[in-house]
Write a protein that binds this ligand. Structure first.
Ligand SMILES: *Cc1c(COP(=O)(O)O)cnc(C)c1O
Length: 383
């Protein structure tokens, strides 16, 4: 049917513009996929090893292992660390469900910890209170901490790492959003006992399907994870020495990631430029993200904190500006997780954040004109 001329609009604004990235490297991606079709090694082809070597070199971790998703990466890490029923693992509540889900999947108990407003990450003081509670109650054996690098900024690994070490706990960095970020000149991938990441398409380094990786400097843990992600293999693939899973990354996804890694640093620069501009233009009218000392971020999301968030989001939608909410409900309030222990005194910061966070369009290809339109719409909505 013919539409009246007044209804014809420009292409809708993208929240994350994967199409712009694809246009930039389409030839290289198609060549990479063709290469896999030509050799036909769809499972653990040469691109998987090449990708792992490049990922390890990128973040200067001793070992990088490709796997099937960011969620499986956490499960595999927990299995290698022998997390099991009766164990308590401290996790932030203000995160994507996968962080706590992986703990529950291995039969251990997630214990929810509050976060710090504007920095979005685990609050070390809240972690210490949760540890005290679990130790005092004596129902679970506390074994480890999963810190999440929300929105792309490393958690406070200096303080959280010190708490974990003092208690003899292992530490996992759920870096699904932060691969490429740094803390004190160290890349994410080296800040914890094991680091996990996701290559879900919308993450800063994404493939064209599901994928993930684990990083560690520990040879023993690397060997265990290598075995677990291939059905607990021993000397060969029909020698099964432990319970594992099918947790491999596809060769085609590895081939795609190798091409995306080539432009990744440039994309991180562009994300930083976009974020800096957002901060400068919005700082006076709403709360913008803050970085901890010594940290860089991937700006997986650019999230502001506003009162009457749902009203602001509706106004932006009407103005043609897409937004998203990461995350509308903290995990300790979710049906699937509310029976698990949480830090005494509750999680007021996580609960307030869930009601006030609003993520604006963020990707390396966001041009200045579009960004100005977004900022103008935010200003109008907050007026
Ligand atoms: C995306 C994400 C995951 C899960 O990654 P998948 O690849 O989708 O399984 C885990 N944790 C956090 C914090 C995430 O953002």
């Amino acid at each position: 049917m013919n539409k009246p001329v007044s209804d014809i609009k420009a292409a809708p604004m993208a929240f994350i513009d994967l199409a712009a990235q694809q246009r930039r490297i389409e030839g290289a991606i198609r060549n990479a996929i063709d290469g896999v079709l030509a050799h036909g090694q769809y499972i653990l082809g040469p691109e998987v090893k090449a990708l792992e070597d490049q990922l390890a070199a990128y973040c200067r971790a001793k070992h990088a292992l490709g796997c099937s998703s960011g969620t499986d990466a956490i499960v595999i890490a927990l299995m290698a660390l022998d997390a099991k029923p009766g164990d308590a693992v401290f996790v932030p509540s203000f995160t994507f469900a996968a962080t706590a889900e992986a703990v529950a999947l291995v039969g251990a108990t997630p214990v929810f910890v509050d976060c710090i407003a504007e920095k979005y990450n685990m609050d070390p003081g809240s972690l210490e209170m949760a540890i005290d509670m679990i130790v005092r109650e004596g129902m679970y054996r506390p074994v480890g901490v999963i810190a999440v690098d929300m929105l792309g900024q490393p958690a406070d690994f200096n303080r959280i790492g010190a708490i974990a070490r003092k208690n003899g706990y292992w530490l996992i960095d759920d870096a699904a959003q932060s691969f490429g970020a740094m803390l004190d000149n160290r890349r994410v991938g080296t800040l914890a006992t094991i680091t996990t990441t996701s290559f879900f398409p919308a993450k800063p380094l994404g493939c064209y399907g599901d994928g993930g990786a684990m990083f560690t400097d520990d040879d023993r843990l690397a060997g265990l994870m290598r075995s677990i992600l291939f059905h607990g293999r021993g000397a060969d693939k029909y020698d099964n020495v432990r319970i594992g899973m099918n947790g491999r990354i596809d060769t085609i996804q590895a081939a795609i990631l190798i091409e995306k890694l080539k432009i990744f640093d440039d994309e991180l620069d562009k994300r930083n430029q976009v974020a800096r501009r957002y901060c400068d233009l919005l700082r006076d009218i709403c709360r913008v993200p803050e970085l901890i000392e010594g940290a860089t971020t991937t700006w997986a999301q650019f999230t502001i904190i506003v009162k009457h968030r749902d009203d602001v989001a509706a106004k932006l939608k009407a103005a043609g500006v897409p937004t998203a909410i990461y995350y509308p409900k903290p995990l300790h309030m979710q049906t699937a997780y509310k029976a698990y222990p949480a830090v005494p005194g509750g999680l007021p910061v996580s609960e307030a954040m869930a009601e006030t966070v609003l993520s604006l369009p963020m990707h390396p290809y966001l041009d200045v004109e579009t960004q100005d339109r977004i900022v103008a719409a935010v200003k109008a909505a907050l007026r």
